[in-house]
Write a protein that binds this ligand. Structure first.
Ligand SMILES: Cc1cc2nc3c(=O)[nH]c(=O)nc-3n(C[C@H](O)[C@H](O)[C@H](O)COP(=O)(O)O)c2cc1C
Length: 160
């Protein structure tokens, strides 16, 4: 059996993290961008690592669509939910963002941190960041909280 890693990414951080998870899995795996690809045959996979960034409290749209479209298959497998974002509480508070059947299949959740470079953002994105700065009570000018060690130890736990 193989592990399927599904990700989507706005600015590339989740994509890099998903590839790092793949590099550190000690079993066969297939990686897929949910925005552009579909699963050919579910029978090869017993575990699915779902990696999403978070914007304005929401998972990536392509991840939401992927889950809705593949709900029956996902509900039958072991799901590892990975959030690439800045608010480390989101991962434990995000159940309402996903279908109940999906959440029931989640066996582990992992917050891996995120990267934010305010200078590349559009006006509306900056507004969204200002809201988050208020919520977290901190400045998010240039932030990198991604932990490679955490990503590697997470990958090992999927293999175990
Ligand atoms: C417009 C915007 C909104 C964001 N909103 C949130 C948020 O609501 N909660 C959070 O924890 N992180 C939020 N973030 C931080 C992202 O989740 C973080 O930058 C992540 O690394 C993005 O991954 P990506 O490069 O794969 O898109 C936001 C980032 C941007 C640019």
């Amino acid at each position: 059996m193989s592990v399927l890693i599904v990700y989507a990414s706005y600015y590339g951080t989740t994509e890099k993290a998903a590839y790092r998870i793949k590099e550190n899995l000690e079993i066969d795996s297939v990686i897929m961008n949910a925005e552009f690809n579909a699963v050919d045959d579910w029978k090869y996979y017993d575990k699915v690592v779902v990696c999403t960034p978070v914007h304005a409290g929401k998972p990536h749209k392509a991840i939401k669509k992927f889950i809705e479209k593949n709900l029956t298959n996902l509900a039958d497998r072991q799901i590892y939910l990975v959030a690439c974002n800045l608010d480390e509480n989101w991962i434990t508070q995000c159940d309402d963002e996903f279908p109940k059947e999906f959440i029931c299949a989640v066996v582990a959740r992992k917050y891996i941190g995120g990267i934010l470079n305010k200078s590349v953002l559009s006006g509306s994105e900056r507004k969204s960041i200002e809201t988050m700065e208020k919520k977290l009570n901190m400045s998010l000018e240039n932030v990198n909280t991604v932990s490679t060690d955490e990503i590697i130890s997470f990958a090992k736990s999927v293999t175990a």
